[in-house]
Design a protein around this ligand. Sequence first.
Ligand SMILES: [Mg+2]
Length: 304
Amino acid sequence: MAPIKLVIKLNGRPICKRKLEIEDHNGLQEEKSPKKVRLLGSENNVDDLLLGLKNRKRDLYNQKENRRLLLRNKLCGIIFRRSLLRRQKLCLVLDLDHTLLHSVKISDVSLDEQDYLNGKSGLITCMKTVGRHSLYNHKGRYTRLRPYVRDFLEQVCGKFELYVYTMGERWYAEEVVRLIDPKSVYFNNKVISKDDSTDRNRKNLDVVLGANASNTVIIDDTESVWKEHKDNMICINKFNYFSSRNGGGHRLNMDNDELDEDNGALKRILEVLQRVHEKFFEEFPAKTDVRPVLKAVLKEVSAN
Ligand SMILES: [Mg+2]
């Protein structure tokens, strides 16, 4: 059978010409038999070109799609923000590690503490166990929720649209958020990880639907990641429960590791948030920026 000429084009211009030879393995049953296409010349080169072409097409598609999604998100954000304000809600963006919980790899905890933790009656190893627990052994990690965290979320969810924003990876963020909010009552998939961020080393409200500098309060133990939104931030003291071989944690006090639920940082911040919400909507819509309100309330609290 005569070879077939193959021409590969990119944007209408030929970039590669090759001859194809059709081999027939079944002789007389030519029309019904399967046919094998063999490229004459270097198969790898053609494969590479096809792959390059496919990648380029994919990149162009992704760029176009990203622009479309950014525009769509922006429009959705405006509509959603208006709907939140109509329902008298602000946005609250919460960091995860050392803000809502402390999570460490089991291998980073000293052996005597591992023995102690594994023998603790409150330690949960089965995620199907229901109830308001605070200490977990899961996916090779120990996780301790910050005291008062669930009460805090329950109290703020009516007044604030809640988001988690972490510089951790998505799989990790989803795993630990499931411990705090197993029925997705508070966050309902509103979990932003470093994979979603537009900047790998910083957090920004551009990826938080409905949130901007005028309607959002942020709670985080690391101020430096919020360069653009320092005026929206309440800096919370780091919650450390476990010790860590790598440093960064406090040694677990095995004689008395129960923490005071009623006088913790989240309880104090709850009072600030309630005051901010009240003050903001007293002045809304004449004033529409939460930043001066937050500043005034923080000043009031520190004066007291
Ligand atoms: Mg943190």
